[in-house]
Design a protein. Structure first.
Length: 161
């Protein structure tokens, strides 16, 4: 498995990463995703993509022919500095393509993100997960994440209104 970080404007964001990300975030259109990444990038948002071995053309860059299976996992993440954690890597999105689940993709993405976190001097790697995603919760617990807080939301409107 090869994991690469993709910058805004990379054509693989829409053609390879977005179809996998939409399995978790079906509301994302190509235009909305490009807008979110363009704005979020300035706030630290980054995306990493996991490719099946050999799907990146063999040059290690992630470019080239992806007919060997292509993108099988996506992580959206950012480094956050705040008073509660001091410095953490926060995972906005973590999704494995449905046909590639339970094959080590999620584990590899978490390891990749932990590497970024350690390199940046973070004290935590954390994420939120919807209460209905019990399969994901089992995965996070296996990956040694702890449940440490409740996350509260107050709706202020619907996107696109």
């Amino acid at each position: 498995m090869k994991i690469i970080d993709l910058e805004p404007g990379d054509p693989r964001l829409e053609s390879e990463l977005l179809p996998v990300l939409r399995e978790l975030r079906p509301h994302l259109t190509p235009e909305l995703f490009a807008e979110v990444y363009a704005t979020g990038y300035a706030q630290g948002l980054r995306f990493s993509a996991a490719y099946e071995e050999g799907a990146d053309g063999g040059d290690g860059t992630g470019g080239g022919d992806t007919s060997g299976g292509g993108c099988v996992g996506v992580a959206g993440w950012r480094i956050v500095v705040n008073t509660s954690s001091l410095k953490k890597l926060y995972v906005d999105d973590l999704v494995t393509k449905a046909t590639a689940r339970s094959t080590g993709v999620g584990h590899a993405l978490v390891a990749h993100l932990e590497g970024h976190a350690r390199e940046a001097g973070c004290y935590e790697l954390n994420l939120d997960s919807g209460t209905h995603r019990t399969g994901a919760h089992r995965f996070y617990l296996r990956e040694r994440f702890d449940i440490v807080a409740f996350h509260f939301t107050r709706e202020l409107g619907t996107p696109g209104e």
